[in-house]
Design a protein around this ligand. Structure first.
Ligand code: PEP
Length: 248
């Protein structure tokens, strides 16, 4: 079973150079909480400056194109992100699946591109509220996982984030029993998909995690960390989550 908790902040489309001081403050908190692995995924415009200013702190990207190069206006390749200083990328976030119509096959190709460039990948999966209300959450999420699953997967570079779409940015969090049930189902599916080593793949929970609920969420079996949006934007909000992870 994966042991060290992994806490990743997803800054989404937030942050100018003035906010680099927040990343420095978060990196300092992470350095004082060695019991957890911590990273921040700022907007792509800040990756290089954040990585240069905080050596040893894990800066990631929020997306990556699957192609090595070519006619893809506005997109960034894994090599570009790596050269800027990103060591991993979030892939298939529900906002990208909705806004950019990203499908599972594309997410799988992106994960393989990221791995080919020696970076880590955090693949996001999650159900909508309608799907949960219809009793389809586990089926939807495990199918999404299977279809997004990259070849050659190993815990060295692959992380899964379960993010119920209806919990993202809403202040709503599923019942602990529902999180436990979903993470257990994801663990079983990982076993089917990759066999040996599947127990070491970290499964993060994401969706309105904050300093007040992190300890409880992180204590749920098979919750190996958190993917955090709004509460990762300042050291004051993110610090307590990092501390909860380091002591859990
Ligand atoms: C996210 O978008 O990955 C996320 C978890 O956001 P929030 O923490 O704001 O719900």
């Amino acid at each position: 079973m994966a042991n060290r908790k992994y806490i990743v902040g997803n800054w989404k489309m937030n942050g100018l150079r003035a906010q680099l001081s927040d990343i420095a403050a978060i990196a300092a908190i992470a350095a004082n909480n060695e019991g957890a692995d911590v990273g921040i995924c700022p907007p792509a415009t800040l990756i290089a400056a954040a990585a240069e200013a905080n050596p040893g702190f894990a800066i990631g990207a929020q997306d990556c194109h699957f192609a090595e190069s070519g006619a893809h206006t506005g997109c960034l390749s894994a090599a570009m992100l790596k050269e800027a200083g990103a060591t991993y990328s979030i892939l298939g976030h529900s906002e990208r699946r909705a806004d950019q119509q990203e499908g599972d096959a594309e997410v799988k190709a992106k994960a393989e591109a990221v791995h080919a460039t020696d970076m880590g990948a955090i693949i996001c999966v999650g159900e909508t509220e309608e799907e949960r209300d219809a009793g389809q959450a586990i089926e939807i999420v495990t199918i999404q996982l299977a279809r997004s699953f990259p070849s050659g997967a190993s815990a060295d570079w692959l992380t899964i984030a379960y993010e119920p779409v209806w919990a993202i940015g809403t202040g709503r969090v599923p019942a602990a029993s529902d999180v436990e049930e979903m993470h257990a189902a994801i663990r079983v599916k990982l076993g089917e998909l990759m066999g040996q080593g599947s127990d070491d793949v970290r499964i993060l929970y994401g969706g309105s995690m904050n300093g007040g609920n992190a300890a409880e969420l992180l204590a749920i079996p098979n919750v190996d960390g958190g993917l955090v949006g709004g509460a990762s934007l300042t050291a004051a909000k993110f610090g307590p989550i990092i501390e909860a992870a380091a002591s859990s």
